[in-house]
Design a protein around this ligand. Structure first.
Ligand SMILES: Nc1ncnc2c1ncn2[C@@H]1O[C@H](COP(=O)(O)OP(=O)(O)OP(=O)(O)O)[C@@H](O)[C@H]1O
Length: 940
């Protein structure tokens, strides 16, 4: 239409047509639009229908998906929550173990809490972090070695309950006595924490009222200063660090509870300044503050804000609310405090015995001194005892049961594990009844011994001579050392050892327990013992011989205190509780120390040198056995067991050496053993039977067993020294009491030699024969036997052995030079027979006896006979004026010293008080003094 418009002018028809076309086109378009709209509408309706139909199912699906996601999330939350709770609970348990964290329900009023080592007390429970019972996580706060606590809030009662609970947990989670509490309570004068009052008798708590704050803070400040200066000494940053490194805590924790004055009184400037000082410096020194209503400042302050609904916020838990535990019930609080006070009064457990022992045995040299710890000092360190040039000797005192034996065990264990047997020798003597040192020697149950021990004496109470023997032995050793020192120009042991490195110069420690027994009588033993002690104490110092004397009560030992020079040498003093006169007169420390403690003083007891030691328990036998086994197994090759002297045991007849060459007994005489001497080496008492006049033996006394034991020992020894068949024996059994012994001797001797058996019937004839042999020099032995004597008449005399005559006659088969030993059991029992004259002008049995005693030895006939009293011997020898020259040796049993005067060179006889199991032996030819012996136990 636009082209037409340009070519031709529009006409009306053209215009109409064009309009029509336009309209038709418009109509067409409208119809198309309508149809499309209708179709779209149909589609939409259809879709709507479809959606309407599917909607409920879809919703259900979506709901299900949502529920599943929710359930999944919840399960994961539960899982993670449980995990987290478990982890937190585990952490809490580790941080607050035992009584620090256990709920009150697990506590009992009288319980004695099982405290931790006390070195790392950890955190303390105050409540829980969650309300849900199954998800309880303990809420904890720090205190000891970590923080101060500042409690605030309006609920004063709840706050005080919380403070009491925290203190109780702190007290119960460290060793008893390790926490000391001071409570400043101006409002209630101690009433706020009255449940803790049972701690008071043990000194674990003190309450302060108004006016008490300044002195309390001053005291805390002074404690901190002292601990910094004397305990930490610039070496440690805190007591906690010291405790962690040394394993011991020398200072208690000091906790000061400061409760605000309800009257609102403010702290003075001085108090505030002191409080700030303590708050700033206290934790390192183990000084802690718990305040209620008083502001504390500083890094180490934890805050707890208490609400009246029983909840709290703490600086440690932040926004997490804490449900506080209810305060412990009053009976629980007071009951546990009472138990804690009892434990604290009983004292902390001592350092264990094992702490005295070194890591490795025998690593130290004793050249300069012996150093060994015996226990723990008040500063928690081990206290050593030193024996060397100074102090050289020790005096230990304490009443019975005060722990002397225990102390000696501690000391000996510490010494024996540090020094090898080449560095240390021990001589141990116990004068009291009991066997305290017996464990160091081999026994029937335990064959091991302590390799350092050379001698153990137990049950020595009635054998003071054994103490003397030990001192004599040490005096000999001192002489040997002094001679060696002189030779090497050495002034002391260290120099001698340097000059003579190959020599055997261990330090010697001689321990004499209950030594007052040794010095307990005014007699020759005491005099000699004190002389020897004085010499050993004075000169032993430089020769490495150290004396350790222990006693229940030295105050009564006149012999000791009369010699102040002797006592002055014992500069090391160890006083057990209630010991008297061990320390100086003005030193009362021993009165004050509790059980299991000792005062060690290396300066003769002057008070300034006191060191208080707590001793471990060394009495456990099993521990000892293990330790001794270890040392015994490590003993040097060839180490001999110690000599054990047990005053209650009868020594066994010794194992004899092989017999000497046959000509030896013939030329110098054989040796009879009579018993064991009371001597360090336990050597036998001997009697040499040579041709010298008087070589006979009289055993005197009524104790048949012991008399027989002496004769048996003599007979066994003589019989075994002579080659078989070269000696002749006669056994005279004259009393039924001696029959068993006599028969046993006869049987033993008959196995090797001619041994004739005689009874009362044949004894006179035997003596007549022997007298005849003696009286007629040059005549063959036995040739002069009187005719018709019962012995030669034979008959009833049983006999046996090499050379015995079948008819019982007593002729010497070996000729006149054969030695003949005659053992007479109860000679005095036949006194009547011997006194009888066989006929006018004929000598009596007594006369024969005297002849044989007097002349026999030179003819090699020796009489070894038992008389039950000295008077009867005298009668047999001729009555009141009798001479005893022919009795060159005797053994006296229950015969008092004065009765022996006639047989003894010193007027008045020997100093001898008879006692069971002991005899006095004297041999005129070799002794100037009689000696005590112990008859042997001779196996039949
Ligand atoms: N430090 C200690 N720790 C534990 N128990 C100890 C301690 N000291 C001693 N005892 C015990 O005390 C008791 C007596 O001790 P001990 O035998 O050492 O005393 P004592 O002075 O030698 O007495 P007594 O002289 O009567 O023999 C023993 O049962 C011992 O185990």
């Amino acid at each position: 239409m636009a082209e037409q418009d340009a070519a031709t002018p529009p006409t009306s028809r053209g215009i109409v047509a064009a309009v029509r076309r336009e309209l038709a086109a418009a109509r067409h378009a409208a119809r198309s639009m309508q149809a499309a709209t209708a179709a779209a509408r149909v589609a939409a309706v259809t879709q709507l229908d479809a959606v309407r139909r599917s909607a409920p199912k879809r919703r259900a699906e979506l709901d299900a998906a949502r529920d599943a996601a929710l359930a999944d999330a919840r399960a994961r939350w539960e899982r993670e929550g449980a995990k987290l709770t478990a982890a937190l609970s585990g952490l809490a348990e580790a941080a607050a173990p035992g009584t620090a964290g256990s709920p009150w329900a697990q506590w009992r009023p009288g319980m004695k809490p099982d405290q931790q080592a006390g070195l790392a007390p950890g955190l303390l429970r105050i409540g829980t972090l969650s309300h849900a019972a199954e998800r309880t996580v303990p809420a904890l706060v720090p205190l000891l070695d970590t923080a101060h606590l500042a409690v605030s809030g309006d609920a004063t009662g709840t706050a005080d309950g919380l403070i009491g609970a925290v203190l109780l947990r702190a007290l119960a989670s460290v060793p008893p006595g390790a926490v000391r509490i001071s409570v400043y309570d101006p409002g209630q004068l101690g009433g706020a924490l009255a449940g803790l009052a049972p701690l008071s008798p043990a000194g674990l708590i003190s309450f302060l009222g108004p006016g008490g704050l300044a002195p309390l803070l001053d005291d805390l400040a002074e404690q901190i200063r002292r601990i910094n200066e004397n305990v930490l000494g610039g070496v440690y940053l805190s007591v906690a660090e010291l405790a962690a490194e040394t394993g011991r805590r020398p200072e208690p924790w000091r906790v000061a509870v400061l409760l605000a004055d309800p009257n609102g009184a403010e702290l003075t400037r001085a108090e505030r300044a002191q409080l700030d000082r303590v708050a700033r410096t206290g934790v390192a020194a183990g000084v802690h503050l718990i305040s209620r209503g008083i502001e504390l400042t500083g890094d180490g302050v934890e805050t707890i804000t208490v609400r009246s609904d029983g909840t709290a916020r703490t600086s440690l838990t932040g926004e997490l609310p804490v449900r506080l535990d209810p305060a412990p019930a009053q009976p629980l609080l007071t009951g546990v405090c009472r138990a804690l006070a009892e434990q604290a009064t009983a004292g902390p457990p001592p350092v264990p015995f094992a702490a005295l022992l070194p890591d490795e045995i025998w690593q130290q040299s004793s050249a300069d001194a012996l150093r060994a710890p015996i226990g723990e000092g008040t500063d928690g360190r081990l206290v050593e005892l030193v024996l060397g040039d100074d102090p050289p000797h020790a005096l230990i005192g304490g009443p019975s049961g005060s722990g002397k034996t225990n102390l000696l065990y501690c000391w000996l264990a510490a010494l024996a594990t540090r020094y090898s047997p080449g560095e240390l020798s021990l001589y141990l003597l116990d004068f009291k009844e009991g066997v305290s040192f017996a464990r160091f020697a081999p026994g029937t149950r335990d064959p091991s011994w302590l390799p350092h021990v050379r001698l153990v004496g137990v049950n020595v109470n009635s054998d003071r001579e054994f103490g003397l023997a030990l001192l004599r032995h040490l005096a000999e050793e001192l002489k040997r050392r002094a001679a060696a020192a002189k030779q090497h120009e050495a002034a002391k042991l260290a120099e001698l050892r340097a000059e003579d490195p190959a020599g055997n110069w261990p330090r010697i420690v001689a321990v004499i327990d209950e030594f007052q027994v040794l010095l307990g009588a005014r007699d020759a033993v005491t005099t000699e013992a004190v002389d020897l002690l004085e010499d050993l104490a004075r000169r032993g110092r430089s020769q490495g011989i150290h004396l350790v004397l222990a006693s229940q009560d030295v105050s009564g030992i006149e012999a000791l205190w009369g010699r102040s020079g002797l006592v002055a040498q014992f500069t090391l003093r160890i006083a057990l509780p209630k010991a008297r006169r061990i320390l100086s007169d003005v030193n009362l420390a021993a009165e004050l120390i509790p059980r299991c403690h000792a005062v060690v003083n290396a300066d003769s007891g002057v008070p300034a040198a006191n060191t208080i030691v707590r001793l471990p328990d060394a009495g456990d036998r099993a521990t000892w056995v293990g330790l001794q086994e270890q040392l015994w197994s490590a003993r040097p090759e060839g180490g001999e067991p110690p000599r054990l002297f047990d005053g209650d045991a009868r020594p066994l007849f010794p194992l004899l050496p092989p017999p000497p060459a046959p000509e030896l007994p013939a030329s110098v005489g054989a040796v009879a053993l009579l018993g064991e001497t009371i001597d360090v080496t336990g050597r036998p008492a001997t009697l040499r039977l040579n041709r010298a006049p008087g070589r006979n033996l009289a055993v005197l006394g009524t104790r048949a067993d012991e008399a027989c034991a002496v004769l048996l020992a003599a007979g066994h020894a003589l019989g075994s020294q002579h080659a078989p068949g070269t000696a002749r024996f006669s056994v005279l059994c004259l009393d039924s009491d001696a029959a068993t012994a006599a028969k046993s001797l006869h049987a033993a001797l008959s196995a090797r030699h001619r041994c004739d058996w005689h009874t009362a019937e044949t004894v006179t004839a035997l003596l007549a024969d022997l007298a005849a042999e003696c009286a007629e020099p040059g005549s063959p032995a036995g040739a002069a036997a009187p005719q018709g004597s019962p012995a030669t008449a034979g008959g009833s005399v049983p006999h046996s052995g090499a050379g015995a005559q079948g008819d019982g006659r007593v002729q010497g088969a070996g000729g006149r030079d054969q030695v003949h030993y005659v053992f007479g059991f109860a000679m005095d029992a036949v006194a009547g027979r011997l006194a009888a004259k066989p006929g006018p002008g004929l000598p009596s049995g007594h006369e024969h006896l005297r002849t044989v005693l007097a002349r026999g030895p030179e003819r090699r006939t020796h009489l070894l006979c038992w008389w039950r009293t000295v008077a009867r011997l005298r009668d047999d020898l001729g009555g009141p004026g009798a001479r005893f020259d022919a009795i060159g040796a005797w053994v006296a049993l229950d015969v008092h010293g004065p009765e022996l005067a006639a047989l003894y060179p010193q007027p008045g006889g020997p100093a001898w008080h008879p006692r069971t199991g002991r005899a006095l032996h004297f041999d005129r030819a070799v002794q100037h003094k009689a000696q005590i012996i112990i008859p042997y136990e001779v196996a039949p």
